[in-house]
Design a protein around this ligand. Structure first.
Ligand SMILES: [Zn+2]
Length: 303
């Protein structure tokens, strides 16, 4: 049995999968806010609940909104800031008495979709989660790529490629740079650009609905968004050359992206033809937590 825990900013979701990937049990609790020890206790309790319910012992994989630094073995880059600098990996292995795998949540998303989802069977996969931020993860021939600095796939804080005069230098980002992809493609970034062009509606969902109802300003905002997403992904395709790009998060519900963005990225990719596909996630909102369970995907991890 595989247990996966998705540690989110507001909820902790836990799942138990059998060896075929079928769901045995699922639990969800509120994330203890601002308290590290309570977070460790909550994860431990969830593992105990799943094991009591299934009467089995499982491998444990965990997705966090950050990474474990290879240099220090401590949490870094987490927007749940009470985790930063804490020995989450060591503490959980101690309290659960077993090896634990911890990965960034975007890496877990790509693991899920590459293992038994929309990118199943693909050699090279880029997974992106676009919501309040723009996370990214890379999966190559059966394994997620973490990287030397544990930042592989973090495309969101690269600058928007091929900027037009009015896109440069771009808005300031919380990371300290200007014009980051995240400031354009995240939900808040999209909404901000739309309002700067005099658009109505606050959320991405509002803008998409307005465009569907024939609102020209909203449609123009979406066209600018599609061109920016195409440029941002074209620079990834030039480096990684994936078979499939899987889109997750709130923006993955915008169906027109799947046709329009690949039409546009052909203009930017350095190739006579581009057969890379852009697809929605098969597991929807469950992909993140399923991927944490699949962090243990090799046969020897299963007894
Ligand atoms: Zn940034």
């Amino acid at each position: 049995m595989r247990i996966g825990i998705d540690l989110g900013g507001t909820k902790i979701e836990a799942i138990a999968l059998d060896n075929s990937g079928a769901e045995l049990s699922r639990q969800r609790i509120d994330t203890p806010q601002g308290d590290y020890q309570e977070t460790v206790d909550a994860i431990t309790t969830l593992v105990q609940m799943l094991e009591a319910e299934t009467r089995q012992t499982g491998t444990v994989g965990i997705g966090i909104p950050g990474v474990i630094s290879p240099a220090t073995d401590l949490v870094k880059n987490a927007n749940s800031t009470w985790l930063i600098g804490k020995p989450l990996h060591t503490d959980l292995e101690k309290v659960l008495s077993r090896p634990v795998r911890i990965e960034n949540d975007a890496n877990c998303f790509v693991v899920s979709e590459a293992t038994d989802g929309a990118a199943w069977g693909a050699d090279i996969v880029f997974g992106v989660i676009i919501g309040t931020g723009t996370g990214g993860g890379i999966y190559v021939r059966g394994k997620e790529i973490t990287g030397t600095n544990a930042i592989a796939g973090e495309w969101g804080h690269n600058p928007l490629p091929w900027p037009t005069a009015d896109e440069y230098p771009g808005r300031e980002c919380y990371c300290g740079k200007q014009g980051c992809i995240e400031t354009w493609l995240s939900g808040p970034g999209f909404s901000n650009d739309h309002q700067l062009h005099g658009g109505k509606g606050n959320t991405s969902r509002d803008i998409v609905l307005l465009a569907e109802q024939g609102d020209e300003v909203a449609n123009a905002s979406l066209q600018r968004y599609e061109d920016r997403m195409a440029r941002a992904l074209a620079s990834i395709i030039n480096i990684l050359d994936p078979e499939v790009v899987v889109l997750g998060g709130g923006m993955s519900n915008v169906t027109r992206l799947y046709n329009n963005v690949p039409e546009i990225w052909c203009k930017y990719v350095f190739s006579d033809q581009v057969s890379t596909k852009l697809v929605p996630p098969l597991h929807g909102d469950s992909s993140g937590v399923r991927g944490t369970a699949w962090l243990w995907n090799n046969k020897e991890s299963l007894e």
